[in-house]
Design a protein around this ligand. Structure first.
Ligand SMILES: Nc1nc2c(c(=O)[nH]1)N[C@H]1C(S)=C(S)[C@@H](COP(=O)(O)O)O[C@H]1N2
Ligand SMILES: [Mo]
Length: 541
């Protein structure tokens, strides 16, 4: 895997790592080494009501369950990351402006290079499910295991507070800062400090590290994850801005992954360095002795974790439909709420000044003879057929569509692969079309059918719930950035539906049908990607 970090960030990284180490060495050379093991205020061997602090059963099991879920979350996150292996600090994803990338490829300027072409391979030893372009399955695993990760975190924090064990992690005095510095000076200059017995209390750096992981990193991971959601970003455009936009949120989300990996490496090294048998007995058995049993059981527990990766890999490739269904079962109730609620109506107020200089293109251009004839004739022969469960089927030429009106907005596009871009879209709102064709009461779903092919053959199509197409900002767009829709972006007509991911926005639309359910179309999962690549039916996240 190629990793390219921009030079200015390499310099920053070196400075951030080197400066404290140089300071630590200077202090030791000038002043000598102090003891860093003085007890911290507020940490005693027992709680005020006399119970030993120790490691009660809830700490031991939430520690293990967290490890189990966090690794699955990280592994599936890597599969999603590699589908657009570039990270940015701004809303547009202009190639060449990324601060970090995992691909050697400079995007070619002389030929078409879609976002899907840009996806990279990642080994299934590292990622779940691994290989190339598997964001559908990656997302299903990511979201299913997120539930476990969040649930365990909530139980852990609630118990930490309820049991009075919280002073283990939450600093109660600023005195921890000089202690932490002294401890750092010890580690950085290879003077290993006298460690407190972790059964009762931690050293200052250890305490701050645990505090940081539980109370800063984990919540930030959840919040930056939410900042990538199209439904949230289009309804509350101020929210992603907190993190520097969707790409800022995505970059921070990735840096937090690096943080968990770094923490795990240091944590595990120190567990072994400072007395593996005693430490394992603490966290596995809850006892404070040096038997071998805790270490043995701990290693068995880790073997189960590794086995879970193999099982997840096999299930992802053998029974992807099962995982897609499980994902749907877990999030669908929430999604129906989003769909029904007007609070989640897209309400973006981007301006033309925000329009991205570069907008990735995706998908296979249509190449049928019929399509070529339409292009040759500048779409004068184009007719959009709208039919199905409607009172009034129509065949509309482009001029007739334009005559229906002009609605427009400037919005942030969210691709499932991770990239985004801001563009102006002009066309007719779906509400206008609905007024014309008058769907019958049974019509719950709208099917959009393309001239183009899907990734693995067959016609590209996708569906929308009627609740979503009547929301503002749902357009049949014939214009992008104030010019007629370019061919690569879906000419003559494409769908815009800003509260969902890009794959729902069918380009090169040939036909629209109002139907009762998506279950009778294609393989019944609501779209070509949902059928073939196990994408989610209502991707608001
Ligand atoms: N017909 C068709 N429409 C499609 C696709 C496709 O492959 N075929 N890709 C989708 C995806 S994944 C995205 S992100 C958007 C991209 O739109 P753009 O090419 O204008 O950026 O189009 C969507 N519409
Ligand atoms: Mo996409």
């Amino acid at each position: 895997m190629v990793v390219i970090l921009r030079r200015r960030y390499i310099i920053w990284l070196v400075v951030v790592v080197a400066v404290p180490i140089v300071l630590a060495w200077s202090q030791v050379l000038v002043l000598g080494i102090h003891s860093a093991s003085a007890p911290l205020a507020g940490i005693t061997a027992s709680t005020p009501n006399g119970e030993p602090r120790g490691f009660p059963v809830w700490i031991r099991w939430t520690h293990y369950a967290n490890l189990f879920f966090l690794f699955l979350v990280m592994r599936s996150g890597l599969s999603i990351l590699m589908d657009h292996p570039r990270l940015y600090w701004h809303n547009d994803c202009t190639p060449g402006t990324e601060w970090l990338r995992f691909t050697p490829i400079d995007v070619p300027k002389d030929r078409a290079w879609t976002a899907k072409d840009d996806a990279r391979y990642i080994s299934p030893f590292i990622a779940l499910p691994g290989y190339r372009h598997t964001p559908g399955m990656g997302r299903s695993w990511h979201f299913i295991t997120d539930y476990g990760f969040i649930l365990v975190g909530v139980i852990y924090v609630a118990m930490l507070v309820a049991s009075g064990q919280w002073p283990r992690l939450i600093p109660t005095s600023w005195a921890i800062v000089p202690y932490a510095w002294e401890t750092f000076v010890h580690y950085a200059t290879f003077h290993f400090p006298v460690e407190p017995n972790g059964y009762y209390a931690y050293n200052a750096i250890q305490q701050l590290a645990y505090f940081g992981v539980v109370f800063i990193m984990a919540p930030l991971s959840i919040l930056t994850g939410i900042a990538m959601s199209p439904a949230v970003d289009s309804a509350f455009p101020w929210y992603p801005r907190i993190f520097g936009g969707r790409q800022g949120g995505r970059s921070i989300h990735f840096l937090l992954l690096c943080g968990y990996v770094a923490f795990t490496i240091v944590h595990v090294s120190l567990v072994f360095w400072t007395g593996a048998q005693r430490n394992f007995n603490h966290i596995v058995l809850g006892t404070d002795d040096t038997r071998l049993l805790g270490l043995l059981l701990g290693c068995a527990g880790l073997a189960v974790v590794v086995a879970s990766w193999i099982v997840a890999y096999v299930v992802a490739w053998r029974y992807p439909r099962l995982i897609q269904r499980l994902h749907k079962a877990l999030v669908f109730p929430l999604e129906l709420g989003v769909s029904a609620s007007t609070r989640f109506n897209p309400a973006e107020r981007y301006t033309r000044a925000d329009v991205s200089p570069y907008f990735w293109a995706n998908g296979k251009m249509p190449d049928s003879d019929e399509w070529k004839r339409l292009v040759a004739d500048d779409f004068r022969g184009y007719r959009l057929r709208v039919s199905g469960c409607v009172e009034n089927s129509v065949d509309l030429s482009l001029d007739e569509i334009r005559a229906l009106g002009h609605d427009e907005h400037v919005s942030l596009h969210h691709c499932i692969q991770g990239w985004s871009g801001i563009a102006q879209w002009g066309g007719i709102s779906m509400v206008r079309l609905i007024g014309l064709v008058k769907p019958l009461p049974g019509a719950r779903v709208v099917e959009f059918i393309s001239f183009g092919e899907a990734t693995f053959g067959g016609v590209y199509y996708d569906t929308q719930r009627v609740e979503d197409v009547v929301k503002p900002e749902c357009l049949l767009a014939y214009e992008m950035n104030d010019v007629p829709l370019p061919q690569v972006h879906g000419a003559p007509i494409r769908l815009r539906v800003e509260n969902q991911l890009g794959f729902k926005m069918v380009k090169w639309i040939r036909e629209i049908r109002f139907v009762e359910t998506e279950k009778a179309i294609g393989e019944g999962h609501g779209g070509a990607n949902e059928d073939q690549e196990y994408f989610d039916l209502l991707p608001y996240i």
